[in-house]
Ligand binder design. Sequence first.
Ligand code: VGL
Ligand code: ZN
Length: 201
Amino acid sequence: MQGQNALIVIDVQNDFCSGGALAVPDGDGVIGRINGLMEDFGTVILTQDWHPATHRSFASQHPGAAAYDLTEMPYGPQVLWPDHCVQGTPGAAFHPDLRTDPAHLILRKGFRAGIDSYSAFFENDRTTPTGLEGYLRSRGITGVTLVGLAFDFCVAYSALDAARLGFDVRVLEGACRAIDLDGSAAAQRAAMQNAGVLLEA
Ligand code: VGL
Ligand code: ZN
């Protein structure tokens, strides 16, 4: 039997859209396409970046540091971000135009103060699981299609982990937007291609 395919919608939240604290250029531009895609999948999963106010990925928690600086965390290098997607704030809510009713699962990530979680599968130590792998496997899902924000961070990390775990992975680049920090969009596109991720428009 051929396995099922799930649509995973990454972090389409107010803070990543126009006017948000960590606005991705044209972030809102993905919403219409994503809403339409939901019809095509038997399983739709939304992820939500969900940080405590004192999250260590925030530049505000590192005296002297500026947003977009790189720092060392116990688990490796970490970009420092403007405060964003703080639990329970309007910035952490899904964009009001994103359809959420079709979602079977809303997965929150990044809720531990000491560790960031770009990927929907593992936190940034690359070993602490979110539980998404088990959810997918127990539902017979063998393929995932990824869309959302940001292409070069949470989408890419999720896609690379999914490929490493053996899922068939497709990223619809036209339904993503990138932050593009120091060439990160091109670098992550290459990494995904090398990992066997199918990149489509
Ligand atoms: C993201 C930076 C920080 C993302 C989340 O959703 O790509 N990027 N937190
Ligand atoms: Zn975040």
